[in-house]
Design a protein around this ligand. Structure first.
Ligand SMILES: [Zn+2]
Length: 374
């Protein structure tokens, strides 16, 4: 019996040892392969981190949100769940300016007036989103490289959540109305919008001004102006030729529409636990009261998704670069919040005709500055 068992077990033990060895080898091979894959992955990630500026990476991830949001709702209640972390412009960095306008070869530097808690000058990390347009050194000196627009971001190495954007416009050599210097620009002239003879409208130099100080009467209902629609169609067609999708998200809104929207926002804020007074204060920072919305003028359009993520898309970059060729301006630019009274809205374009749009684009001013009412 013993002998039998021995003889019957012996070959089996031999086999199992070999199998064990083979398994160990296989396990080792799998582990080394996994380590190799991991090392390659890390190396690649580091490499792309070095190359791609933060905003570019965000742009690629936000592009999907724009294309999926096909809701062409009339109200501004479109909310998208963009899984991206955007540089917050309400960081504790205080700068003396958030927009920089340069000629090619010229250098300027925004001064840091205040640092976030626990952060010092040595923690400053400056980065340009497009080094072909402007470069920035470790001190924040921004130098124009070629005409166009990009952003420079300032981050704190001590607290990476502290991030602020500076909009950079590099102007070409053509400072006057000679637009032949812009090679890819639209040459067709976009006419000035119609002037209405309605009491209560504020025109300055032929431009209808609607802002927190200048309202429109409840009776003023021009609908979306034909010229605005036609020029937007031309703009959208030109963008689509470059593979970009720019569509109307929201355009004309009547006095009554705006009243409803504003009141809905107030109710929403009150539901969050704010008092009536607090709700009004909050809603006033992002929504116009009835009569004070530029959308009632029939001269403006909110494109694509009404979301800060839009500012990081290629569509937004194209729009800020070409809108003026079709007679539009980015009405609420970055860094002009104190003048326009509105947060940066890269999606809101206002029709003024190409003559004025071009001047505003080149000057880097907002509409109020251009009209001398800032
Ligand atoms: Zn708008």
């Amino acid at each position: 019996m013993d002998n039998n068992r021995y003889s019957s077990n012996r070959p089996r033990r031999k086999v199992s040892r070999r199998t064990y060895r083979n398994r160990r080898l296989a396990a080792l091979a799998i582990i080394s392969f996994l380590i190799l894959v991991f090392v390659v992955f890390i190396a690649k990630a580091c490499k792309s981190d070095d190359k791609k500026p933060a905003a570019e990476k965000k742009a690629s991830s936000t592009l999907t949100t724009t294309t999926t949001a096909t809701d062409a709702a009339i109200t501004t209640t479109v909310t998208t769940t963009a899984a991206v972390t955007l540089p917050s412009n309400d960081s504790d960095f205080k700068l003396d300016k958030r927009t920089v306008i340069l000629e090619v070869g010229e250098t300027d530097m925004p001064r840091v007036l205040e640092y976030p808690d626990g952060t010092v000058e040595a923690d400053e990390r400056w980065e340009s989103t497009d080094k072909k347009i402007a470069t920035v050194d470790s001190y924040g000196h921004i130098t124009g490289v070629s005409p166009g627009k990009c952003y420079v971001t300032l981050k704190s190495a001590a607290d990476p959540k502290q991030e602020v954007m500076i909009q950079v416009t590099v102007r070409g050599e053509d400072t006057d109305d000679n637009d032949s210097a812009a090679p890819q620009s639209n040459k067709a002239e976009a006419p000035a919008p119609p002037v209405h003879d309605t009491e209560g409208l504020t025109y300055i130099d032929g431009v209808l001004l609607v802002n927190k100080e200048h309202s429109l009467p409840a009776t003023f209902a021009p609908m979306l102006e034909q010229v605005c629609y036609d020029q937007f169609t031309a703009l959208s067609t030109a963008a689509s030729k470059e593979g970009l999708s720019i569509y109307i998200g929201s355009s004309y809104r009547s006095y009554k529409d705006q009243e409803t929207i504003y009141n809905n926002y107030i109710e929403e804020e009150k539901k969050k636990g704010n008092t009536e007074e607090q709700a009004v204060e909050i809603v006033d920072t992002y929504s116009a009261r009835a009569g004070y919305s530029e959308h009632q003028s029939g001269l403006c359009i909110d494109v694509n998704t009404i979301n800060n993520a839009f500012g990081y898309t290629q569509e937004s970059a194209w729009l800020s670069e070409h809108a003026h060729e079709y007679g539009f301006i980015i009405r609420y630019p970055l860094g002009k919040e104190n003048i326009t009274g509105y947060q940066y809205e890269p999606w809101h374009i206002r029709y003024v005709g190409s003559k004025i749009a071009r001047k505003i684009y080149r000057s880097g001013q907002c509409l109020e500055e251009y009209l001398g009412v800032a």
